[in-house]
Design a protein. Structure first.
Length: 89
């Protein structure tokens, strides 16, 4: 934050703590930050799962970990879509 020239006062909300067990899925979600499907005149509708699945496969995680990561990504994706839709009419 400081390296980018920002201070805590530059942000409207308090920082959110990410628990250690959530760092893998949070990091993956951050990697996908530019991979949103956008509906014409409607904004973001979902992450591009093709890009997501390719990245998940490159991580070479077990099948169980893959399924868990995908389920967790869906939770974050839903919350992000909800926040992005606030204020739209």
């Amino acid at each position: 934050m400081e390296a980018g020239g920002f201070t805590p006062e530059d942000f409207e909300t308090e920082p959110v703590e990410v628990w250690p067990e959530n760092w893998p899925v949070w990091g993956l979600f951050c990697e996908m930050s530019g991979q949103w499907r956008i509906a014409p005149m409607g904004g973001p509708t979902a992450l591009d799962y093709c890009a997501l699945f390719m990245r998940m496969d490159r991580l070479e995680v077990s099948a169980a970990e893959w399924n868990e990561l995908f389920a967790d990504i869906r939770v974050i994706e839903g919350a992000a879509l909800k926040q992005m839709s606030l204020g739209k009419t």
